[in-house]
Design a protein around this ligand. Sequence first.
Ligand code: PLP
Length: 384
Amino acid sequence: MASRIPLAVPNIGEREAELVNEAVASGFVSSVGQFVSEFEEKFADYVGAKHAVACASGTAALHIAMRLADVQPGDLVAVSDFTFMASSNAASYQFADLLLVDSLAETWCMDVDSLRREIERRTAAGEKLPKAIEIVHILGQPADAHAARKLADEYGIILIEDAAEALGAMWTEGPLEGRHVGTVGHMGAFSFNGNKIMTTGGGGMFTTDDPELAAKAKHLSTQARLPDRGYLHDEIGFNYRLTNIAAALGVAQLERLDGFVATKRKIAARYADAFAGTGIQTPPNLPGQESTYWLYSVLVPASRGAGARDELQDFLAEVNIESRSLWRPLHMQPPLKDELTLDGATGEDLFARGLSLPCSTDLTDDDQDRVIERVHEWLRLNGE
Ligand SMILES: *Cc1c(COP(=O)(O)O)cnc(C)c1O
């Protein structure tokens, strides 16, 4: 059997071991310790946010953002329909009603114009407007944060960016030139789960330019405990703080992040070259934006009909190559079946045809060539 090529595995080296050992030796293994604040400062600096608050997960960071947007039971939150379910879970924890907004086929991210039309319609009809808009930078691809911020500001809505999958992605032209994803909305959230572009084992980061929101986020993540001799809490908080050990891992990974991003782009460029002119559709690559291609994902030809995506996945698995389907859109998730949905056809198409291919940052050219050859073989067998 050929050696296994995994979809995406963490890249942990000596520097990580060194700093984690330092954290252990310091005795500060839990949520107090120098690495937590060091990680926050360096992270904020990296993405160009004024403040960063280290959290136990990306989902925790998003939930804090929902709390700080004052999302209450029955409030409406507009979320990208095509995403991993953690995006909407944060709003569901607050018992929000969801407005699931389809993606654009060109970007795989939220169709902000469609949301604008719905907000205009609701305004005219005197219907409830969203309390928050959550855009998601899908698979490392920047969503239209500029249009979303403009819309949010016009209607006094809070904009939250789910940048869990897109650390390192930027705009290189236009009104957001030089900006990182996760820094355009009122609040942003990143994830350091095991398969994300950098990892802390499990962890996340809340970002904002607003010092008051940053202070509140930190307060909420530490059980809303006040500095008092006794145990005094001024609201219901969470145990959402990142540990010092995890933060040590984060500091080491952050030092290597530019290298990871460059490698992801190189892997993407090799796949794009290999699939050019075939029936395989490669991910968005738009001028003025630099995606990180977190999980490199392609669409199988529509002409092959339903089931082709699974066929290709099985065909790869036969030779020990791991791949994974893109997400079932939120409007198709059983707990969300009654939520409001704006269209949804693009998300359904991405789900039906989308497959993520191996793209670990330590993927060798030889292994990537094995993946490419196998996909080409599948295309030939199917007369593409
Ligand atoms: C991974 C992910 C999250 C959640 O991050 P965790 O750290 O796993 O809680 C949120 N949104 C999206 C789009 C993700 O991919």
